[in-house]
Design a protein around this ligand. Structure first.
Ligand SMILES: [Zn+2]
Length: 69
């Protein structure tokens, strides 16, 4: 099953299969965290929606101590 990972530093989103750890290539090694976004949902999103998701995810992450959804 594919998983969606997001970079807490730049908001870059990537999908991976099997791997439990993923490092952002844009940030040169920032450890990415698994997103609650499902792979099927992610594939349905367009570029703008992905950008919006990434921005709001980063906002929540940086402004609350809660886990972004
Ligand atoms: Zn990054």
């Amino acid at each position: 099953m594919m998983k969606v990972f997001i970079c807490p530093a730049c908001g870059s989103i990537t999908t991976v299969s099997r791997r439990k750890e993923m490092f952002c290539h844009k940030c040169q090694g920032t450890k990415m965290v698994p997103s609650k976004l499902t792979f099927s949902k992610y594939t349905e999103m367009n570029e703008q929606e992905r950008k919006d998701y990434s921005e709001s995810w980063l906002y929540i992450r940086n402004h609350t101590k809660g886990e972004p959804s």
